[in-house]
Design a protein around this ligand. Sequence first.
Ligand code: SAM
Ligand code: CA
Length: 256
Amino acid sequence: MAKRERGIESMATTGEETQNQARMHQEFGNKSLLRSDALYQYILETSVYPREPEPMKELREITAKHPLNPMTTSADEVQFLNMLLKLINAKNTMEIGVYTGYSLLATALALPDDGKILAMDINRGYYELGLPVIQKAGVAHKIDFREGPALPVLDQLIQDGKHGTFDFIFVDADKDNYLNYHKRVIELVKLGGLIGYDNTLWSGSLVAPPDAQLKKHVRLFRDSILELNKALAADPRIEISMLPVSDGITLCRRIS
Ligand code: SAM
Ligand code: CA
């Protein structure tokens, strides 16, 4: 039994129930399990990096040298996505927002050899940074990369009748367009398929006090993420689960 669980158990069995319940609430209630950078480092070093495929490591290291590297998906999140894609037997997927291709490579490695990923980004240069690693990993044939804004591509897919054809769609691009993406990808994902919206906890800024000093880009898209979260929670066409992995990912399962 984990130390934390043992702690909870021993507190719950001493008999001073009211006092202990209050203490437990104070110590454990309303808090994320992940309380420190050291604990996060522990996760990476214990269960992520030792199991990270060599091409993923290589791409992570290349991306770390790029000036915009904070944009990349975290190693623990892509490990999760890789497993999720295998669990749902994903074959036909889409990624909006590729950057150097770290989550794209994790997806490509999870799909069967005849799997397909429609990948979109306004900047081909970023994608080309990671492309040699993707090619070396032997998965480039699964990727159909389109340079340019994603919305017109989605509109074209709808016009071409590609409704309900995607098993998984990962949305990780311009946050002020997330609701516009949702209007379209909900039609393109199959019934029972998944959409993953990344960064839905937006650096924790969603619950920041009104006078909080937020970084410019955090402040800029905070309202878009708040609006998205509200809309997803109220959308009867999907079941949702908001996971506090990395900067938050909301999984939406299409049910109608
Ligand atoms: N998933 C990537 C990874 O794992 O490294 C990170 C993506 S990064 C957070 C966001 C990307 O979205 C950037 O590379 C940016 O060029 C791209 N982007 C921004 N606006 C876009 C748009 N309208 N359509 C497509 N891509 C866009
Ligand atoms: Ca992201």
